[in-house]
Design a protein around this ligand. Structure first.
Ligand code: 0X9
Ligand code: CA
Ligand code: ZN
Length: 309
C-alpha cells in the first residue's frame, strides 16, 4: 500500500476497482480488456472508450500509456483521470461528447504493475524504476522498459548493457513481457492508432521523437513530419505550461517508446514529463497534488485526441 498520508494514490488493485466501476457506470462508453500479463502475472489492462464501445465503427484511435517507470505513480493517476473524465463528462460536456463520439480512446494505466507494486512495498517508497524480471546470468533485477522497444534498440549509446544500470536495455529488443504485450497490441491496431502520449514524471516537459538522434530530420523523419510533431507539441505545452522540445534535446535515448511508435507506425507520439520540475517533491508529490496536476493536462489530452484523424 501507499505510505500513510498518500492513500489518495491508487494501488494496482484499487486502479482495477476504479476501472471496473467506470465500466459498470458507463457500459456503453467503456470496456476493459487485457493486452497481456506482466512478468509476475498481473494483467496489463486496457480501457477502450468510445460511443457504442462494443461496436467497431472504424474511427481514428488514440492511445495513452502510463507508469512504464515504477516510481512515477502520478502518471497512473493521470491515466485514471482520463478514463474518469471522458466517461463521467460525456453526458454533460459537449466537447468530451464530440471527442468520444468521433474516436476510439485506449488507456493503459499501468504498463509496469510489478514495478509499481514493488515500489510501494515494505512501508516506504523504494525509488524503483525498472520492471521486476531478474536478469539472467546476473544478480540484478529489472530492465528499463523505456529502453527495451524495438526501433533502433541499443543503436546509439542511449541505454546501458549493464544489468545493474537504471537504464539497462534488456538482453534483446522486446525481451520484456510488458513491452512485448503493449507493442503487439499496437501492432494489432495499426494503422488505426494515430496519436499517443506516454506519461512520465518529472520535469514538466512535452517531448517528441526522435530520442536516438539529435538531428531533427533523419531516416524515418521528414522535415514536414518533424514540423507537425513540433507544432502539436508546442500547442499542447501552451495549455499546461510545460516546456516543449525534441526528446533528444533532453538527452539521447535508444529503445524508448516514442521512437518505436513513430519509427514503426508513424504514430504522432509524445512523452509528457509531469509535475514537478525538480527533485522536491520529485517522484513522490503528496496526494493533495493529484487532482491539480492531472486536470492540468486536460486541454492537452483533448488536443491530442483531436489530432487523430
Ligand atoms: O529517460 C526516460 O525514459 C524518460 N525520462 S524519465 O525521467 N521519466 O525516466 C524520458 C524519455 C524521453 N526520451 C528522451 N529523452 N530521449
Ligand atoms: Ca496527503
Ligand atoms: Zn519515466
Amino acid at each position: 500500500d501507499f505510505p500513510a498520508g498518500d492513500e489518495g494514490y491508487h494501488t494496482y488493485a484499487e486502479v482495477t476497482a476504479e476501472l471496473e466501476k467506470a465500466v459498470a457506470n458507463h457500459p456503453d462508453l467503456a470496456a476493459l480488456s487485457s493486452v497481456g500479463k506482466s512478468y509476475e502475472g498481473r494483467e496489463l489492462t486496457a480501457v477502450k472508450i468510445s460511443d457504442h464501445v462494443s461496436a467497431d465503427e472504424g474511427e481514428p484511435e488514440v492511445l495513452f500509456t502510463c507508469n512504464q517507470h515504477a516510481r512515477e505513480h502520478l502518471t497512473t493517476e493521470m491515466c485514471l483521470h482520463i478514463v474518469q473524465r471522458l466517461t463521467s463528462g460525456y453526458a454533460t460536456d459537449p466537447n468530451i461528447r464530440s471527442l468520444v463520439d468521433g474516436h476510439v480512446i485506449w488507456v493503459i494505466p499501468n504498463v509496469n504493475p510489478d514495478g509499481s507494486e514493488f515500489d510501494i512495498s515494505g512501508g516506504g517508497y523504494q525509488y524503483w524504476r525498472k520492471n521486476r524480471r531478474p536478469v539472467e546470468g546476473s544478480r540484478s533485477v529489472g530492465t528499463d522498459l523505456n529502453r527495451n522497444w524495438g526501433y533502433k534498440w541499443g543503436c546509439c549509446d542511449g541505454s546501458s548493457t549493464s544489468p545493474s544500470s537504471e537504464t539497462y536495455r534488456g538482453p534483446s529488443a522486446f525481451s520484456e513481457p510488458e513491452t512485448r504485450a503493449v507493442s503487439r497490441f499496437v501492432d494489432s491496431r495499426a494503422p488505426r492508432i494515430k496519436a499517443h502520449i506516454d506519461f512520465h514524471t518529472y520535469a514538466e516537459l512535452v517531448l517528441w521523437p526522435f530520442g536516438h538522434t539529435k538531428d531533427d530530420t533523419t531516416e524515418g523523419m521528414t522535415a514536414e513530419e518533424n514540423a507537425r510533431l513540433r507544432d502539436v507539441g508546442q500547442r499542447m505545452a501552451a495549455t499546461n505550461g510545460y516546456t516543449a522540445q525534441q526528446s533528444s534535446d533532453l538527452y539521447l535515448t535508444d529503445g524508448d517508446i516514442n521512437d518505436w511508435m513513430w519509427g514503426s507506425h508513424k504514430i504522432l507520439t509524445y512523452t509528457f514529463e509531469m509535475y514537478p520540475t525538480g527533485p522536491f517533491p520529485g517522484f513522490y508529490p503528496p496526494d493533495e497534488d493529484i487532482a491539480r496536476e492531472t486536470t492540468r493536462n486536460d486541454a492537452a489530452v483533448d488536443i491530442l485526441i483531436g489530432e487523430a484523424r
